[in-house]
Design a protein around this ligand. Structure first.
Ligand SMILES: Cc1cc2nc3c(=O)[nH]c(=O)nc-3n(C[C@H](O)[C@H](O)[C@H](O)COP(=O)(O)OP(=O)(O)OC[C@H]3O[C@@H](n4cnc5c(N)ncnc54)[C@H](O)[C@@H]3O)c2cc1C
Length: 387
């Protein structure tokens, strides 16, 4: 994992992002056809797809830190169908679309779509593999479509694909401000390099739970840092005992919330807990070693040890957090930027809640098709109060 202030404040997950965008000898054109702000799953997939369908047009991704330094490099890695608000009109088959994107872009990320389990304290299936002690007995209530990916490999693979297709990726290039006009001007503030300005005919904002003032998402959205831990690798026998030998990821459908999955090396990830930032635009201010997050981590680790006798003395190797954004409706944002409603030259995508692994790339591709082929944006993606 790259080291920067986020790694320091938000901890590191147990996988690696092994792609760094190479420096490019040619300067960027004075006016880019497409600027993508944010280098997570959404922005990287959008940039790759823009170049895939319009190789003659210029596209660049401006990433504030390193690619994947937001949610994408820190995610749980459960690939889920639909959205956090369930199926939505016109959404179609997200998992099939996700797989198609990965195949078309040649991304290898240990994708394993073998299903996912909803677990709950009531109405558990009689043949539930899981039976955990957690404010009642947690059992599998339903199997749904889904599976897992390796987040480090997915970020790296999408970055590599975007780069190979000719999108320029500029890491450590935070967009600080946009001067809106027919051709918007983006002010970039790379550390120690002064302010750089670049114009772009069309922009995709894919900054998720960060830079909300820039993406026009300050109203009606709730950014948080959400927390996760990884255990040391456990034996196959332990996985059998705790019911996770089938490697199906799980999430609770009632409270208290818990999600998790087994990794390739037999370590198990568990996640739960949200931390609020004093400044809603800047989760960078949250430090996971501070009192509140540290207390949540301790309680999460104790909770995991209490789930089953086989986990009683399990060790933990990693603690980390990542940005996540919710809307009251639980629907993702996928609409024109409030400053570009008339011109239709800037799209905002985000607020996937805990449901963005597959949906982010899927809507990234859709955004590219909206800008290049006039594909319509869905009504459910509008901002609160947008007509
Ligand atoms: C701990 C955790 C567990 C999760 N588990 C799951 C799961 O199991 N399944 C699931 O489906 N979803 C899960 N999610 C949600 C999912 O990871 C996200 O929805 C998805 O990664 C969002 O991708 P993104 O590209 O939209 O945003 P991000 O990955 O957050 O990317 C936004 C990028 O924008 C950059 N940026 C911000 N401001 C600027 C700026 N001004 N200029 C330039 N760049 C900027 C950031 O540095 C960041 O890299 C989880 C999230 C977290 C945090």
């Amino acid at each position: 994992m790259h080291a920067d202030s986020k790694t320091h404040k938000w901890g590191s997950p147990p996988w690696q992002i092994d792609f760094t965008a190479p420096p490019h000898p040619a300067p960027l054109p004075e006016v880019l056809d497409f600027a993508v702000i944010g280098g997570g799953f959404t922005g990287l997939a959008a940039a790759a797809w823009l170049r895939k369908i319009a190789p003659e047009k210029s596209a660049a991704v401006f990433e504030a830190g390193y690619i994947g330094s937001g949610a994408s490099g820190r995610t749980g890695g459960m690939a889920l169908a639909e959205s956090a608000a369930g199926d939505l009109p016109g959404l179609d088959d997200v998992l099939a679309g996700f797989s198609e994107i990965l195949d078309e872009l040649g991304v290898e990320c240990d994708r394993r779509l073998n299903g996912a389990w909803e677990v709950g304290r009531e109405k558990g299936l009689t043949d539930s593999a899981v039976s955990w002690n957690d404010s009642g007995t947690l059992r599998v209530t339903k199997e749904v479509s889904g599976g897992t990916i390796d987040p480090g490999k997915l970020v790296s693979g999408l970055g590599r694909a975007a780069d190979r297709l000719g999108a320029r990726i500029l890491e450590n290039h935070p967009a600080a401000n946009i001067r809106w006009s027919d051709v918007a001007e983006i002010e970039l503030a790379p550390e120690g390099q002064g302010v750089k300005k670049i114009s772009a005919s069309q922009i995709i904002f894919a900054t998720n739970a960060l830079s909300l003032r820039l993406s026009g998402l300050e109203q009606g959205s709730h950014p948080r840092l959400t927390l996760a831990v990884a255990t040391e690798p456990v034996s196959e026998e332990t996985l059998e005992k705790i019911g996770l030998a089938e490697r199906k990821p799980f999430y609770t459908v009632d409270m208290p919330y818990l999600w998790g999955r087994v990794r390739k090396d037999n370590s198990v990830i568990f996640g739960a807990g949200l931390v609020q930032s004093p400044d809603s635009d800047d989760l960078d201010g949250v430090d996971i070693s501070s009192e509140d997050p540290a207390r949540i981590f301790t309680s999460l680790e104790n909770r995991v040890r209490g789930l089953h006798p086989a986990l009683e003395s399990v060790g933990f190797t990693h603690r980390w957090g990542g940005p996540i954004m919710f809307r009251d409706s639980w629907k993702p944002v996928f609409t024109w930027h409030p400053r570009a409603m008339k011109e239709k030259n800037a799209i905002v995508i985000g607020a996937f809640a805990g449901h963005g692994v597959a949906l982010s790339s899927y809507l990234g591709r859709w955004a590219a098709e909206a800008l290049l082929k006039g594909r319509g944006l869905p009504k459910w993606g509008k901002l609160d109060g947008e007509s």
